[in-house]
Design a binder for this molecule. Structure first.
Ligand code: AMP
Ligand code: MG
Length: 355
């Protein structure tokens, strides 16, 4: 299959005539990758079982890992779900459209192929004007996981999508780089206590301010024990992962720098190709390996925006090992460290003083 690319940098206003074909492809059961404010999504008609199966096939994604259904208007929610709890209304009024996904009890119109066999369904209203115009043009809810090959870092540009999916999908809408760079926050409101299943740009602090109590799925911060199932089935897969073995180095600034320099030098001496993920404040401090700058510590949004493209760049460079600085786990830093921990397979070490 030849993958068509249309370039649409302008969002104000979105050129609707250029989205007509994309909308038709979705209605017919085809696949269209499109920009959202979080990462690029791989869209298919959420009500069409075969379209969902095509999404799994194109990504190489296990079919028990449910898809997020994207809508453009509030009125599109109730036909898809059994009930809209008060807390969902409150969260949606604050953070929709935006980078937050809510879990509901699904209605029969959502095929099990879309919900990964579950009786619940994940729904989000994205804020990117191209995403919303595309959903309107399709006239159906759009199931869209991240538009990457399963297991690779999520795509934050159309280039990333094409690296993974060229030839496997009908169309890519190139809307430039995404704004946030991390996948949406996921909140489950179907149980007794609202539970955070995946941290994102709508932070745990923001959610707690809005709804009070918020439980954290233990799978967020710890590697999963054998036989334990996280509430978001997708969290059990090795996600966001670069091909290299990555290690997070934690501790006080000077010691982190010394430790990374020492480990990088030793690995290079042993014949390995080494990458280092560093923040801008530490420019000039690293002496060994392929050093990539992830952004300013004072600007977590910049770090979130750059993380996946830095991981992909290390894949392209073919490094064997990556040593990375860590950042504090609050606000957006919690979501960043969640993705970094997954990329590192939860491998971290404490920095040590050497002299
Ligand atoms: P992606 O769209 O690639 O960002 O992945 C979607 C994420 O949402 C995965 O981690 C899924 O496990 C999670 N998810 C989707 N639907 C549900 C659901 N009904 N219950 C819990 N988690 C879900
Ligand atoms: Mg994904």
């Amino acid at each position: 299959m030849e993958t068509k690319v249309i370039t649409m940098e302008d969002r104000e206003p979105v050129d609707l005539t250029r989205l007509k074909e994309a909308g038709e492809i979705l209605r017919r059961g085809g696949l269209v990758a499109f920009p959202t404010e979080t990462v690029y999504g791989l869209g298919g008609n959420a009500l069409d079982k075969e379209a969902s199966q095509r999404i799994y096939a194109a990504k190489g994604r296990p079919s028990d890992n449910p898809l997020i259904v994207h809508i453009a208007e509030w009125e599109e929610l109730s036909p898809l779900v059994q009930e809209v709890p008060e807390l969902a209304k409150r969260l949606a009024s604050l953070y929709w459209p935006g980078p937050m996904t809510l879990i509901f009890k699904k209605r029969g119109c959502i095929p099990y192929a879309t919900s990964g066999g579950l009786d619940t369904v994940a729904i989000r209203m994205p804020s990117d004007p191209i995403a919303r115009a595309l959903i309107r043009s399709a006239g159906v809810p759009v199931a869209a996981p991240s538009a990457n090959t399963s297991g690779r870092p999520s795509p934050t540009s159309a280039q990333h999508v094409l690296e993974d999916l060229r030839g496997a999908i009908d169309l890519v809408i190139d809307g430039g780089e995404v704004a946030v760079g991390l996948e949406s926050t996921i909140v489950d409101l179907t149980g007794d206590v609202p539970t955070l299943l995946r941290p994102g740009a709508v932070t745990a602090e923001m959610l707690r301010r809005a709804i009070g109590t918020l439980a954290l799925d233990p799978a967020l911060t710890r590697p999963l024990a054998e036989g334990v199932h996280p509430k978001a089935p997708g969290m059990k897969y090795r996600h966001y992962a670069p091909r290299a073995e990555m290690t997070l180095v934690e501790g006080e600034r000077e010691q982190v720098i010394q430790t990374i320099n020492r480990l990088a030098a030793a690995a290079i001496a042993a014949g390995k190709k080494v990458g280092v993920i560093a923040t801008d404040e530490n420019r000039g401090a690293y002496r060994f390996g392929d050093i990539k700058w992830i952004g300013d510590r004072a600007n977590e949004a910049e770090i979130a925006h750059n993380l996946f493209s830095v991981l992909r760049a290390f894949d392209a460079d073919g490094v064997d090992l990556i040593y990375s600085e860590s950042i504090p786990e609050h606000d957006l830093g919690y979501a960043i460290m969640n993705r970094m921990n997954k990329a590192a397979g939860h491998r971290h070490i404490k920095a040590e003083k050497t002299e």
